[in-house]
Design a protein around this ligand. Sequence first.
Ligand code: GRF
Length: 205
Amino acid sequence: MSGLRIGVLASGTGTNLQAILDQLHGRDGIEVVAVGSDKPEARALERAREAGIEAEVFPRDAHPSREARDLAIADWLEGRRVELVVLAGYMQLLSPEFVRRFADRVLNVHPALLPSFPGLDAIGQALGHGVRITGVTVHFVDEGVDTGPILLQRPVPIPPDRDRAALEEAIHATEHVLLPEAVRLIAAGRVSIQPGSRLVRIASE
Ligand code: GRF
């Protein structure tokens, strides 16, 4: 594959979007061409506009249903010829129709070593469980919650004093490396999902 047109969905501050913009956007044919959010106040939208990227809000209450909202997002992304959708802190569950339309082309970053601690507040779940190591997972999105095929994982030790702010900082710093690394691998055409299995193969260079 030469180059990759990326759409990013984000609900929050967008530091993962920023990592992609800083490390990948405009290099080796990789272009972020669309940034969408469910939240009009998401800082991620500002970051996109500052980088000259088209940004759009899809509030839930502007559409009759979640499915209708997701259909509008899918149409918008396809209209911009997006080849890979990256969920960078997108706090909405995508409907099965959306996932089918972008089958094996939606990537998510999750702040835990899946399949441990899926869903909301993965960092709090890890602290509450008493694990000594947690981490970051980048995975393809299927119709479940954080259940799709795993592309990359990196461990992050729990700080000895179990300080939440320190752990959050370490997890975010790891996300900002791992998510761009995953996108780079896909753009280089090195990633394939084994047909009929959940296994992701990464071809060597
Ligand atoms: C990240 O920790 C991501 O793993 C989680 O939401 C957070 C988003 O942070 N799903 P940001 O908006 O990229 O700064």
